[in-house]
Structure formats: C-alpha cells, structure tokens
Write a protein that binds this ligand. Structure first.
Ligand SMILES: NC(=O)c1ccc[n+]([C@@H]2O[C@H](COP(=O)([O-])OP(=O)(O)OC[C@H]3O[C@@H](n4cnc5c(N)ncnc54)[C@H](OP(=O)(O)O)[C@@H]3O)[C@@H](O)[C@H]2O)c1
Length: 291
C-alpha cells in the first residue's frame, strides 16, 4: 500500500508525514525541494522531486499509489486562481479515472459546498467535482479558517493591530492545521471508508474576529485592536501590491462569499479538533512576535 502525500513541507502536510512515519509507513512525498523536508524525516520517506503544476510529474509520481493526499498548491496570487486550481488537480483525476489511484483525501474548505460565489474557494469546489467524477473513493475534508493565516499579520500584530474585512461579529470555525493533519493521517490509514465522503474539520470552537482579537491580546500579552476594512479597501491594497485582476477578485470573493456562510455540516465530535487558538497563539505566535 503506497500513500502519497503532496505539500509535505506545508502546515498540514508536514504533520501528516510525521504521523505516517510514526505509524510505520514510508510515505511517497511529492516535494519541490527535498532539502526543505525535516532532516530527521528525509531518510524515512520516498521523496519524489517535482512541481505539482507539472502534469507529467503528477502522473508519474502517483502511478501505482493506492491513496493520495491532495493539497491544492495554487497561490492566491496566481493569474487565474480558480482555473489554475482545477487544472493542477486534473492529472490526479486522470490517474484515478484510469484506476492508477484508488483513494483520494482532499484538503478542501468550508464554503466549497456553495460551489460558486466564494472566490478562490470555488477552485476547491471545482477540484471536488473533478475527483467526484473519477469513481475513486474520495474524502473531502472541508476545513475551517487556519490559525496559521495569522502568520500573514505578524507586522501589524507587532503594532497592536489585526485587520479584517470579515463581519467582526460573525462566528466562524477556526482550526489548527496541525490538528487537520491528524484527521488526514487517520483517514489515510483507515481502509474502511468508501465512496464519496465529506467531513468538516471545524477546530475547537467558532470565533468572531472580535473574540480572536481578545484571545490574541491575552495570549500575546499585548494590545490587539481590531481594524475593519471594506472589500474595496482590500481590492485597492491588493491592486497596489500588483496582484492580477482575477487574483484580486478571488481573494475579495472569498471574503464576501464567506460573510454569510453557515458550514453545511453542523459541528459535532467528528468535526471538532482539540487545539484552542489561545494555546496556538501562546506557543507559535508569541515567540515570533518577541523577535
Ligand atoms: N488557509 C486557510 O484558512 C484554509 C482553509 C481551508 C483550506 N485551505 C487549503 O489549505 C491548503 C494550504 O495548506 P497549508 O496551509 O498546509 O500549506 P502551506 O503551509 O501554505 O504550504 C504550502 C505548501 O505547498 C507547497 N507548494 C506550493 N506550490 C507548489 C508547487 N507548485 N508544487 C509543489 N508544491 C508546492 C509548498 O512547498 P514548498 O516547501 O516547496 O514551498 C508547501 O508545502 C490550500 O490548498 C488551501 O486551499 C486553507
């Protein structure tokens, strides 16, 4: 049984690889630069060097794999994020259709259930549809908002500010990617699920941005004021940073389309993961802000 892991150096993928190795598996990892893997893991994985946007590489590197963990690597800054997400996943769908891959675990997002109107998350919906049409066993993990998104706000957090275009009073699921990795690893190792499965990964609790600012202030031991901006403010900032028009709209679309979002799957014990934002902020964020 070969398990293939994409993005093994990412927040989710790195946790998945470590757990698979601890479970006695030697995963095949698809990596752009093997030197970026944890040194202690390098001898314990079958590393295939290549880029996920190279269809030939994806077909060759997934050949004969029973199970694949697919993470869409498309950056939000891509020229055409939604089309690129779909095109990048197409070779894996081909491999599944031809029987070369039997099971896919896909890192999707809450909001993908809307199918349209959620910006770049529409790209994840297109990937779900591609994989669904293959006849393979497919699991879509619809994850909440990653704690690690806050790493993009380090500079402003140093100034005591957290900026959002979200409704500051709207709760949404916030999740530690490391906990997502645990769900992924368990699903990759379990042979019992079949067909098309959708599972949300909601983290420990739904939080508003107002609550998040309070939790961060407490965990970081510093003032954190919430600054709300409009979609047009976000547009203007992204345009002035030189992002292409479709990339700008894919980001603004995610914000706008998520504003009224109620995740399709209600929170229950199968969707709830343990790590609270306060603990993550204390152990991961606080040291970064101290430098
Ligand atoms: N952020 C959220 O709130 C959220 C919510 C739901 C779902 N998601 C999904 O989560 C995924 C991101 O997961 P993450 O946070 O674990 O990733 P991450 O930490 O941002 O890391 C990105 C990974 O992608 C790899 N990568 C980028 N471009 C690549 C390419 N062209 N070929 C091969 N590898 C490439 C990087 O490898 P290198 O080491 O080579 O750079 C790295 O391993 C996205 O697909 C996103 O849609 C995110």
């Amino acid at each position: 049984m070969t398990i293939v892991v994409t993005t093994p150096t990412g927040h989710v993928g790195s946790r998945v690889v470590r757990l698979l190795v601890q479970a006695g598996v030697r995963p095949r990892v698809l990596v752009r630069d093997p030197a970026r893997l944890d040194a202690e893991l390098r001898g314990r994985v079958d590393a295939r060097r290549g880029d996920l946007t190279d269809p030939g590489f994806v077909r060759e590197a997934t050949a004969g794999a029973r199970t694949v963990f697919w993470v869409d690597p498309t950056p939000h800054t891509a020229e055409d994020p939604i089309g690129t997400s779909r095109r990048t996943a197409a070779p894996l769908a081909d491999a599944a259709r031809s029987g070369d891959v039997a099971r896919i675990v896909f890192l999707s997002s809450v909001g993908a259930e809307k199918r349209h109107g959620v910006g770049h998350i529409d790209g994840l919906a297109r990937i779900e549809e591609l994989f669904d049409a293959t006849g393979a066993d497919v699991l879509h993990l619809r994850c909440g908002y990653f704690f690690t998104n806050l790493l993009l706000s380090l500079d402003e957090l140093r100034q005591g500010v957290l900026t959002t275009a979200a409704d500051p009073q709207q709760p949404m699921p916030w999740v530690d990617p490391r906990d997502i990795g645990e769900v992924v690893a368990a699903r990759l190792l379990c042979e019992r699920w079949q067909g098309r499965v959708v599972q949300a990964v909601h983290g420990p609790e739904d939080l508003t941005f107002t609550q998040v600012a309070g939790i961060l202030a407490e965990a970081l031991g510093r003032r954190v004021s919430l600054r709300t901006v409009t979609d047009d403010d976000v547009r203007a900032t992204l345009r002035s940073a030189g992002l292409p028009p479709k990339a700008v709209e894919a980001i603004v679309g995610m914000l706008a389309g998520s504003r009224d979002l109620v995740p399709e799957q209600p929170r229950d014990m199968t969707t709830t993961t343990p790590t609270p934002l306060s603990a993550w902020a204390h152990t991961r964020l606080r040291p970064l802000l101290a430098t």
